[in-house]
Design a protein around this ligand. Structure first.
Ligand code: MN
Length: 329
């Protein structure tokens, strides 16, 4: 997925004292993906007051979306640097093409993970026979040690297992003694949790991790706090377990977490870097090498098989982009 906001706003992170105790609710904002009949996503990360949960730096939740009414997803080739895109669906199928040559169909319950490293481009289009599109797209920020590496794409289908009556799929990192085989570069967790109505479960967690519960459906409680559908319930580090419960309806949610990301990042459009000048350089290379020259030998390579033009980068905001990080880090 691309950040298709016409004027992507820089969001300055501010410390929030409510994060020091209990559960903090991060509410989504609605963002149209672009086009005359665009589908709209609910974006919870980044937002004012919280840019990251562990290395997770971006969270879009969408659907169930009636493709006949909205046109579904059609995101032309666009770049990424310094991050991983994590595509995780509940319903529907998306065709992925990228400049490593990867061509994959993203299906429910199957992780599609694209590690951008120093630079990649990709397109994402819902499949013609998809009538309902429903899922999340998440990004992780790559640490300094991994962010300049070569791009690559991988798929991983996690086992679904039972935990106290809930179904759990760990698609990235580790949880409950289970680990994903997909590449992770920081201590992290990403998992789907399905709770039958009326159930309550305890999940032992790493005390050094912070966590966010992104609720897709049902009446979900995180450590007793109601987390509305589309919102993230945030839990700071320092606890060795979290409690989830479902009200009168089953709950489906995605748990993200990890050690607080130790590096300040500069995030703008589809780039994660470390400085204003680096972002300017990434934008410049995208515009000159891809949009103007169509040079397949450039940093972002080329995407084969997409019917249409690559996305132009938005104009940079006035002033310098400032780094963001954890409150207090
Ligand atoms: Mn993308």
């Amino acid at each position: 997925m691309s950040n298709l906001e016409v004027e992507p706003q820089e969001i300055v992170c501010e410390a929030d004292s409510s994060a020091l105790s209990g559960v903090e609710i991060l509410e989504p904002r609605l963002v149209p993906l672009g086009g005359p009949r665009a589908m709209t996503v609910r974006r919870t990360l980044p937002q004012r007051g919280r840019s990251l949960v562990g290395a997770w730096c971006f969270a879009d939740h969408y659907g169930p979306d009636d493709v006949a009414a909205t046109g579904g997803m059609d995101v032309p080739p666009h770049p990424h640097t310094g991050l991983q895109t994590v595509s995780w669906l509940f319903a529907g199928e998306i065709e992925h093409r990228d400049s490593t040559g990867a061509h994959a169909i993203v299906r429910p319950g199957e992780l599609n993970l694209m590690t951008a490293g120093r630079g990649i481009q990709h397109s994402e289009v819902s499949m013609p026979d998809t009538s309902t599109l429903h899922g999340v797209q998440l990004w992780t920020a790559l640490p300094e040690s991994a962010r300049n590496g070569a791009p690559f794409f991988e798929r991983f289908v996690p086992e679904v297992y039972d935990h106290e009556g809930a179904r759990v799929s760990v698609f990235l990192g580790s949880l409950l003694g289970r680990s994903s085989k997909a590449s992770a570069f920081t201590p992290i967790v990403g998992a789907q949790l399905d709770l039958p109505a009326g159930t309550r479960i305890q999940i032992p967690v790493e005390t050094s991790f912070e966590h966010g519960l992104l609720v897709d459906s049902g009446t979900a409680f995180l450590d007793g706090a109601l987390v509305p559908v589309g919102s993230i319930g945030y839990r700071a580090p320092g606890v060795d377990r979290i409690e989830l419960s479902a009200g009168s309806e089953p709950v489906r949610a995605v748990l993200i977490g990890g050690e607080p990301f130790p590096e300040a990042i500069v995030m703008w459009w589809n780039f994660v870097g470390r400085s204003h000048d680096e972002i300017v350089a990434s934008r410049s290379r995208w515009m000159s090498e891809v949009i103007e020259d169509g040079d397949p030998a450039g940093l972002f390579g080329e995407v084969n098989g997409y019917d249409g033009s690559a996305l132009r980068a938005p104009e940079l905001p006035l002033g310098r982009l400032r780094p963001r990080g954890q409150p207090g880090v």
